[in-house]
Design a protein around this ligand. Structure first.
Ligand code: ADP
Length: 493
């Protein structure tokens, strides 16, 4: 029964491992998908923002190029009405100075570098100013960051999404979308994206961040997989059980066939004994009848009586022969002796008997060391003896109360021999039967043949061993099979 627990444990561990493996793969897959979606969205957002800031450069450059040196036209003043994120555009005409020296310096620098420069960034207000120094006129563009974002093409839901997107510059950050706020050390997975916008004049860093919490893992799928794994393993378990049962049934059938074959020799000896008596009686009666018929006035009454007796005895003999015919199918064969593990033989017989013992609710204990105890035996004959002893023990305990149905099989090596003990908690063997149970045809069981034990003894002796029986206290029987130990060299073969 310990083995059954062990088997269950193995299935449970297999289920646990399979569930774990599936869960890890599902979680990994989900996280990978989240990461890919995050990175794709972040790249799209970065491209859209870069396009916007590049557009600012282009607008300023176009203004500078198109400047017709006509201070009255002021086409730049119409820009805010076309591009709402361009809050204002200031123009510094040739020979006019900017109101402050800082602007003047930036103007000169910008002209030297040939591209726009940031004048100031006010991320608290979500604004910044961009200047392009050029001749004949320089321009100063004031931009509103929030309205510069092309929200219609934006790849994420700006207010509900879990991703935070911000523009970072000079220690200031402007959140374009807040995302889900979590502490930096929150358990889970953090995805990060940092990339500077593609304009040298507005080198803002776009930062995207996403936190995936444990709760976002695909727990339902994991659970479904675990249930599926349990169902799959259960199916496998049933298949293995079916294969085991088939194997067990085949073994029992084989054992039954061998038993019948081996019984032949035993039966022949028994038959000689059984047939001898009726045949002697037939002979005596027919001889008596023949003598009576020789008389001058034969006593027909006595002749008839003798013949009736002879008929009766012949019938008995015919019955014995009939029984023999039913049992015999093929002649028995004798196998050479070899090194056999006594413990394994006990285990095998217990395995074959397992369903029967379970059905009878017999608690089984096997006391055998893990180190094999090698004996010199005919493996098939040994199987047959152990099987017979177990069957007898199980049958003996049919009348025992269920709580007491205990069967112990012990394998014990002695100095030159090994013993196999089969102990039951049945009623034991009646004192008057103890000396006769190994006789052929001795049985106290209804329907019993009385050949099992006599056959077992013959087989045991054929292998140089012995089979004995005794009663146990307070009740029960113990059968002891001894067999010679195999040579260690033989055992290794
Ligand atoms: P069968 O089982 O056909 O009776 P066996 O040779 O196996 O023939 O057994 C002979 C007899 O020995 C049984 O009828 C029974 O009386 C007795 N016997 C065998 N095993 C046990 C046992 N474990 N406990 C009590 N009696 C037993």
């Amino acid at each position: 029964m310990h083995a059954a627990l062990k088997r269950h444990g193995v299935w449970m561990i297999a289920w646990g491992l399979l569930s774990l493996l599936g869960a890890v793969l599902l979680a990994r897959n989900a996280l990978q998908q989240e990461r890919e979606a995050f990175e794709t969205n972040a790249r799209i957002a970065h491209r859209l923002l870069s396009q916007q800031v590049v557009q600012h450069d282009a607008v300023l450059a176009t203004l500078a190029l198109l400047d017709a040196n006509d201070d009255s036209a002021h086409p730049e003043q119409r820009l805010p009405s076309v591009y709402p994120h361009m809050l204002s555009v200031q123009r510094r005409a040739r020979a006019v100075l900017w109101p402050d020296a800082h602007l003047q310096t930036l103007d000169a620098q910008s002209r030297q570098l040939g591209h726009g420069l940031l004048v100031q960034t006010d991320f608290a207000q979500g604004r910044y100013e961009l200047m392009l120094g050029a001749l004949p006129a320089s321009y100063l563009l004031k931009i509103d960051i929030r309205s510069m974002v092309p929200w219609r093409e934006w790849p994420m839901a700006p207010n509900q999404g879990p991703v935070r997107v911000a523009l970072v510059y000079g220690g200031q950050a402007f959140d374009l979308q807040p995302g889900r706020q979590v502490p930096a050390d929150a358990p889970g997975w953090h995805f990060d994206f940092h990339k500077v916008l593609a304009s040298p004049s507005q080198p803002f860093e776009m930062v995207a961040q996403r936190h995936v919490a444990w709760g976002e893992l695909p727990w339902l799928w994991m659970l479904a997989w675990s249930v599926l794994a349990a169902a799959l393993l259960r199916m496998m378990w049933v298949l293995v059980r079916q294969r085991d049962d088939r194997h067990r049934a085949e073994e029992l059938l084989r054992l039954g066939q061998v038993a019948r074959l081996n019984t032949l020799g035993e039966l022949a000896a028994g038959m000689a004994h059984e047939l001898n008596q009726p045949l002697t009686a037939v002979l005596a009666n027919t001889q008596a009848a023949s003598r009576l018929l020789d008389d001058d006035a034969p006593d027909m009454q006595a002749v008839r009586h003798a013949m009736t007796q002879a008929v009766g005895q012949s019938r008995r003999a015919a019955e014995v022969v009939g029984r023999l015919r039913r049992l015999v199918e093929q002649p028995a064969s004798t196998q050479p002796l070899q090194a056999v593990s006594l413990g394994d033989a006990a285990r095998k017989s217990l395995y074959l008997m397992e369903p029967e013992l379970k059905r009878q609710q017999v608690v089984v204990t096997l006391k055998a060391s893990d180190v094999p105890c090698w004996v010199l035996a005919d493996a098939v004959a040994l199987d047959q003896i152990v099987h017979n002893l177990l069957m007898n023990a199980a049958q003996a305990m049919q009348t025992t109360s269920k709580a007491e149905r205990r069967l112990t099989v012990a394998v014990e090596p002695t100095h030159s021999q090994a013993r196999l003990l089969v102990q039951d908690q049945g009623p034991g063997i009646p004192a008057e039967a103890l000396s006769r149970i190994f006789e052929p045809f001795f049985t106290t069981r209804e329907g019993g043949l009385g050949l099992g034990l006599s056959l077992c003894e013959t087989l045991a002796m054929g292998m140089g061993g012995t089979l004995s029986a005794k009663n146990r206290t307070p009740h029960g029987a113990e059968f002891c099979l001894t067999l010679p130990l195999a040579e260690p060299t033989a055992a290794a073969l």
